[in-house]
Design a protein around this ligand. Sequence first.
Ligand SMILES: Cc1ncc(COP(=O)(O)O)c(C=O)c1O
Length: 447
Amino acid sequence: MTAPRVSELLTRDLASLIHPLHEPKTHRSGRVWVRGHGAMLVDADGKEYIDSLAGLWNVALGHGRRELADAAREQMETLAYASGYNGNSNVRAIELAERLAALTYPSINRFFFTSGGAEANESAIKMARSYWKLRGRPAKTKVISRELGYHGTTLAAMSATGIAGYWPLFEPRVPGFIHIPSPYPYRGRSGGGVSYGVAAADELEKAILREGAGTVAMFLAEPVIGVGGVIVPPDDYFPRIREICDRHEVLFAADEVITGFGRTGRWFALEHWGVEPDIVQFAKGITSGYFPLGGIGISDEIARVLDEAPVPWMHAYTYSAHPVGCAVALRTLQIIEAERLVAEAARRGGLLFDALRARLSEHPHVGEIRGKGLMCAVEFVRNRETGEPFAAEEQVGMRIHAEAQVRGLVTRVRGDVFVLAPPFITPDDVVDRIAEILAGATAAVLG
Ligand SMILES: Cc1ncc(COP(=O)(O)O)c(C=O)c1O
């Protein structure tokens, strides 16, 4: 029997599935994936594509790694599942938490596991609120996050997310969530005698003062904005944020769901700026996408308060500390270390950035090429002198995306920002090919 083709599978798909970001019209011309190897994905018609977003920023080690399959199989055969609720644990979870204590920021040494990134943010928010209640400050509940930030789509994570398109069908949002502007160096301007980074960070202080520091539990931010368009902050932004959080007793939670585990060329991205958060959220790359696992790490101070609490912390998931997820994570981290993939992400990110610049920096509609490590973006604009964007109806980003796909490259776009984050193991010639395909797709759409 011959395998069903993409068109037939898509008809069955439309009749039977609801997708994340469900929109039937985009799905009619969708792809159905059947296989992956290294940095490549293969669809049901046998066509090969470069997986230029490593799945959804997560498949850091590339597709088809037998070691990860073996780690999952061995763990499933030994202990497929056990509760992680109080009074229960498993060896892989203990080993993973110990490993993370060594890899994450020095003051973060205790971990709670989830099934993914949104649950990690939910857990961080509930951790911050519970910390202040246990400290006798029950009014400190508000969450300040940023426009363009993405933190997932469960209700509180969605309320923290600062991309308004995620809200309308699901409102009302959770009360007590406030957004400040993100630093966006390409579009921002310095002024008032301070650098742009300091001015952007001072937006946090203004919001804290406006709301009243006694009501604010936490500030939540991605060190490098991912989904919002790979936006790298100025170097003085996060040091200033740390100062402001300390001054007003506001916890700083870093959403490292994309940036954790090497993506930016450091194990964790705030290392670039010598800053430590109070809580760190992670997911995606920790298992290279081979098993749904996320979590949070908390500072020694928060852990102390939680350990001394007179009541249990009534927050839990059936799949917290899943032994198979923990086994796959341990093997993923071993491979990242053995193959020196954090340094490789930095090196290959440099190659990608240089290749994009070589092919696209002179193009009259390329406003900016930016990135950190193996996270890059190209922002297309109508007028590169003024930064004036294209009208949304022109769908420039989507059209370039479609052309790139025809040429064998898959990724995602946000508006007219084309984002790239291939697996850490992407061969150098494939890195170059990504830039070549994007340049070809750009020429096809914009001349
Ligand atoms: C920074 C960040 N936080 C949270 C999430 C949500 O993770 P999940 O989709 O696993 O819930 C994402 C997903 O892209 C993300 O990029």
